[in-house]
Design a protein. Structure first.
Ligand code: HEM
Length: 193
């Protein structure tokens, strides 16, 4: 299996299906964040929004190997502490309801690490040093994503059609959850999509 490097299997991969299904939401989030992350205040709101999403999902996604949600949450809390900012938790967040939705949700969380490296550079340009969360996996970020995609493809190969559909819905929902959290933190404007 070589779903990540663009080899011929790419077109048939489930990761490709997830990327296609969520492309518009990803693009919209990238755009909104690139406008909003323009200083310490925006960066704090980004960390708080991300913490809302990850802490709400910690127990729902506990069973999935390699996600390291606990380590991500701790890194977020430490970054916020360093910036003297309070944490946000979100009891009203919606979380995956079954293992299939969890795979889709996990895909979004794993993928966010790739964009996170871009954001870490932006934070450095802004003179912000509290980037434990964004740089958690450092040079291993892509390797971790590839390892996740390999596990995702193994799951998808034996999943039923309804399970794969549920995973796509879980990924779409997770993008909406990030967006909702950033809106609640007043980082980005509300948008209906
Ligand atoms: C919380 C916000 C974000 C989430 C949830 C998110 C989610 C994702 C996901 C799921 C992927 C994997 C796509 C694939 O299968 O290839 C991805 C990749 C990527 N994202 Fe984001 N992303 C976020 C923010 C950003 C931002 C703000 C940027 C740019 C400033 C960005 C840039 C990228 C890049 C460059 C990749 C790698 C694409 C590739 O190499 O194929 N992301 N992101």
């Amino acid at each position: 299996m070589n779903a990540v490097s663009g080899a011929p299997r790419e077109e048939a991969s489930f990761r490709h299906a997830l990327r296609e299904a969520t492309a518009a939401k990803h693009e919209a989030l990238d755009q909104a964040l690139s406008h909003a992350l323009n200083g310490r205040d925006g960066y704090v709101r980004f960390l708080r929004g991300t913490l809302r999403v990850l802490s709400a999902n910690e127990s729902a996604l506990d069973a999935l190997e390699g996600l390291e949600l606990k380590a991500r949450i701790e890194a977020l809390q430490q970054d916020l502490e360093e910036l003297s900012a309070a944490s946000s938790i979100d009891p009203s967040a919606s979380v995956p309801k079954d293992p299939a939705q969890s795979w889709g949700a996990a895909y979004v969380i794993e993928g966010s690490g790739l964009g996170g490296l871009v954001l870490a550079k932006r934070a450095a340009e802004l003179g912000i040093g509290a980037t434990r969360y964004l740089t958690l996996r450092g040079s291993q970020t892509m390797a971790s994503f590839r390892a996740f995609v390999a596990r995702l493809e193994r799951w998808a190969a034996v999943a039923s059609h309804p399970e794969r559909t549920a995973a796509v819905n879980g990924a779409l929902q997770m993008f909406s959850e990030y967006r909702r959290a950033f809106v609640l933190e007043q980082l980005i404007p509300e948008r209906h999509d």
